[in-house]
Structures are given as structure tokens and as C-alpha cells.
Design a protein around this ligand. Structure first.
Ligand SMILES: Nc1ncnc2c1ncn2[C@@H]1O[C@H](COP(=O)(O)OP(=O)(O)OP(=O)(O)O)[C@@H](O)[C@H]1O
Ligand SMILES: CC(C)(CO)[C@@H](O)C(=O)[O-]
Ligand code: BAL
Length: 284
């Protein structure tokens, strides 16, 4: 069955009114890959119907970031959604989402200013603003976001709790290439050589995970060793951050327990992120 494709708020409202039963929602920026498709499958398991949005949100891109060149592949995306049993695609224009210069926007607070928020100032304010607008428009029972963007997922959970947004948020596990590279729409920017260097991100996380039982110092040491090598590769990896943080608050973790090891870096002009969940042992 072909999904219904809607582009305006009026069309969306009419299509939403026709949805029977519960609705799961997967917001995306398009250029769909297996990671997105796995979220759609999770959506189908958790509701009667599935809606996907495709919108490259200008508010969450900083000056000099890749808003203009972000891949836009709508026809292929719509076909992929059809294959996954998505019933509704909301693909608004910029004018539909932002008819006027927005005056009231969300502030992501201290948690939005650390880690990825420090590397991309203002990013989480723009991301939360559009996610809340999309949730208000689509009114799903469940919304699903990938764990690859772990801080984004944590911030959305926090927004939903702090602002009493009536939706259940689920995280979807990170889908990887066979060699470990996390799938990302931005992988399309990478040359073969850049992709080789980018592999250091997932390898560093794996090295860190292998040292989890020995505690935080060992985890960061093992991951850093891999990243240091990649810093002198050709082309080099320019590290933005490597941190061990609490999965819910993104504050630093210094002793044993649950943690996220998160990494980000640039290869050429491409900013890539990845992370892994760990159960940390205590330092001896
Ligand atoms: N490899 C992946 N596995 C699972 N979910 C993913 C993966 N990559 C992205 N997602 C999730 O898909 C949703 C839409 O993300 P988005 O459209 O920005 O794709 P993306 O691949 O993360 O793109 P980019 O890395 O260029 O920002 C988000 O919830 C994101 O966390
Ligand atoms: C959640 C989202 C669709 C909001 O623009 C975006 O940040 C993304 O694709 O992860
Ligand atoms: N994947 C998160 C959205 C962004 O990078 O802007």
C-alpha cells in the first residue's frame, strides 16, 4: 500500500483524522537508510499505524554547517517508506513549518550546551523546537528516535517530561555497517579514504567497551589510543570530543555504573557522531 503523502498542515490534519487506532511517529531529515528503516519497523511493532516526517530543519543547523548540501532524496525515501508499511508521510516545506520568522522557540538549557551542544551551539534549541512542533502537528501515541543521536534522544525525553508532552518516547538501537561504521545520512559525503579514517570512531568505542570492566580511566584510555592514531591518518580525524557521560543527563561519569561513551569528529568537512552504552566497573 502506498503511503499518503501530505505537505501542508491542513492535509496532515485531514489524514491524521483518518488514522484508525494508535499512531507511531518517526521524524527524519530524509536521505533514508537502514537505520531509519529499523525505526519504522519498531514503529510498526508498537502501534497500528506509522507516520514519518521528512524535513531538513534549518533551525538546527549553524552558520557554515551543511544545511544547503544536506542530501534530499524524496522519491527514493517515499519508496522506502512504502516498502516498510508507512501509512503517512509528512513532507512540509520550510514555509509550512515556519510561515513567519519564529519569535518563540525552545531553549534546551544546560544539557543542550554540553558535548554535541558545545560542538554545535544552538543545535539542540532548533532540534527541540521542530520536534515539539512536529509532535503537536502529528499527535502520535509513540515517537521513535535513534540511539545513534544519544544526546538528542535524552534531550527529547527531558523535554517530554519537563513540558508534559503527551507522547511515549522510544529509542531504537544503532544500525551499523558490517565493519562497525554507524549508518548516517552524512556518510554519503565521505570519499573512500575518508570513510577509512571515519571507521576509527566505532573502533574507538569498541576498544572503550572492551575495557568497561576496568572503569572509566581505562575506557577513555583505550578509546583515545585509537583516536590518536586516526588523528595522524591521511586524511586525519579531527576529534571534537570523547566523553563518558550519564545517559539521561549527559553529565560526566567518573565512577562505575551505566554510562554512554560518546565520540564526534570531523573527517574532511563531515561531522560524524557515534556512541555506545556501557556498564562500567569500578576503578581499582
Ligand atoms: N544508524 C542509525 N541507527 C538507528 N537510528 C538512526 C541511525 N542513524 C540515524 N538514526 C535516527 O534516525 C532519525 C532521523 O535521523 P536523521 O534523518 O538525522 O539521520 P542521520 O543518519 O542521523 O543523519 P545525519 O547523521 O546526517 O544527521 C533520528 O532519530 C536518528 O537518531
Ligand atoms: C529529530 C529530527 C528529525 C529533528 O529535525 C532530526 O534531528 C534528526 O533527523 O535526528
Ligand atoms: N541527526 C541529528 C540531526 C542533525 O545532525 O542535525
Amino acid at each position: 500500500m502506498k503511503p499518503v503523502i501530505v505537505r501542508t498542515r491542513e492535509e496532515l490534519a485531514a489524514a491524521r483524522a483518518r488514522v484508525e487506532g494508535t499512531l507511531a511517529f518517526v521524524p527524519t531529515m530524509g536521505a533514508l537508510h537502514e537505520g531509519h528503516l529499523s525505526l519504522m519497523r519498531q514503529a510498526r511493532r508498537n502501534a497500528d499505524a506509522v507516520a514519518v516526517s521528512i524535513f531538513v530543519n534549518p533551525l538546527q543547523f549553524g552558520p557554515g554547517e551543511d544545511f544547503d548540501r544536506y542530501p534530499r532524496t524524496f522519491d527514493a525515501d517515499a519508496e522506502a517508506c512504502a516498502r516498510e508499511g508507512v501509512g503517512l508521510i509528512f513532507a512540509p516545506s520550510r514555509e509550512v513549518m515556519y510561515p513567519d520568522e519564529p519569535q518563540v522557540t525552545l531553549k534546551s538549557g544546560p544539557m543542550g550546551e554540553v558535548v554535541e551542544g558545545a560542538a554545535r551551539p544552538g543545535h539542540f534549541d532548533g532540534m527541540l523546537t521542530v520536534v515539539l512542533k512536529l509532535l503537536n502537528l502529528v499527535r502520535p501515541d509513540v515517537a521513535i528516535f535513534g540511539e545513534k543521536d544519544a544526546q538528542q534522544l535524552a534531550m527529547i525525553r527531558r523535554m517530554v517530561a519537563d513540558l508534559n508532552v503527551p507522547v511515549r518516547v522510544l529509542g531504537g538501537r544503532t544500525v551499523r555497517e558490517p565493519d562497525g561504521l554507524a549508518l548516517s545520512s552524512r556518510n554519503r559525503y565521505l570519499s573512500q579514504a575518508e570513510r577509512g579514517t571515519a571507521l576509527a570512531l566505532s573502533r574507538a568505542l569498541q576498544a572503550g567497551a572492551d575495557a568497561a570492566a576496568e572503569g572509566p580511566g581505562a575506557v577513555l584510555g583505550a578509546a583515545s589510543a585509537v583516536l590518536d592514531k586516526a588523528a595522524s591518518a591521511d586524511p586525519p580525524l579531527v576529534l571534537d570530543y570523547l566523553v563518558l557521560v550519564d545517559p539521561a543527563t549527559f553529565t560526566p561519569v567518573v565512577s562505575g555504573g551505566e554510562a554512554v561513551l560518546a565520540v564526534a569528529g570531523r573527517v574532511g568537512s563531515t561531522h560524524l557522531i557515534d556512541n555506545v552504552h556501557l556498564q562500567l566497573g569500578k576503578e581499582h
